[in-house]
Design a protein around this ligand. Structure first.
Ligand code: GRF
Length: 225
């Protein structure tokens, strides 16, 4: 991430496919003058994604790049990278982006590509996480922000937020509570990444144990209330 003067805001591109409520949470957080990142581009693979309206309302440049217009995943992703790099994006945040990314995209953006997933990973990777959590009878569910690796829903965990499963919960009620937690968690994790406070050690992300601590004084993922 060279070429950026210390203290400058990191330039973030957000990938969406739909509603974009996490995108909105990042937009709102980035309005704070001391937030270390600015969202400079939104890319959607769906022309009808509601998140595109959010970009317009916020005055953020946006484009639709439909995977259907490309012969291969690699060609689609090359177009994403081209648009991101044209906007001088440094960090890429997936926010409900419903395409599986290939190795070459993940490698290109390694440690600069972050995702939010609606479960406490490594539990329940993939889809239908809330129904599966209820089916499994877990008492704690939640969400995870992680750096993206090749295997779906893997990668160093930056932060997690836990949500209690309540008697009578159905997938929708549980999803709604997890989504509130997602909106708290994602801006905090992006802040840590943008501030350069995430160190990668093998498969794990290490964070400063406390804000005033020494650089060598590290701990695991952020636990978000
Ligand atoms: C969120 O639950 C996110 O964790 C998952 O997809 C959903 C996207 O919701 N990856 P939104 O588009 O951010 O509202």
């Amino acid at each position: 991430m060279g070429g950026v003067s210390p203290g400058a805001k990191r330039r973030v591109g957000v990938l969406i496919s739909g509603r974009g409520s996490n995108f909105q949470a990042l937009i709102d957080a980035a309005k704070a003058p001391d937030y270390p990142a600015e969202i400079v581009l939104c890319l959607s693979n769906k022309a009808d994604a509601y998140g595109l309206r959010r970009a317009e309302d916020a005055g953020i440049a946006a484009a639709v790049i439909s995977h259907r217009d490309f012969q291969s995943r690699e060609a689609f992703e090359a177009e994403l990278t081209k648009a991101l790099e044209a906007a001088e994006v440094e960090l890429v945040a997936q926010a409900g982006f419903m395409r599986i990314l290939t190795r070459s995209f993940v490698q290109h953006w390694r440690d600069r590509l972050v995702n939010i997933h609606p479960s406490l990973l490594p539990a329940f990777p993939g889809l239908d996480t809330h129904a599966r959590a209820l089916e499994a009878g877990v008492k704690l569910h939640g969400c995870t922000v992680h750096l993206v690796r090749e295997e779906v829903d893997t990668g160093p965990i930056i932060g997690q937020a836990a949500v209690s499963v309540q008697p009578g919960d159905d997938p929708d009620s549980l999803a709604a509570r997890v989504l509130e937690a997602e909106h708290r968690l994602y801006p905090r994790c992006l802040r840590l990444l943008a501030e350069g406070k995430v160190t990668i050690a093998g498969d794990r992300a290490l964070l400063p144990a406390n804000p005033g601590g020494k650089k060598s004084d590290t701990s695991g993922p952020l636990i978000c209330p």
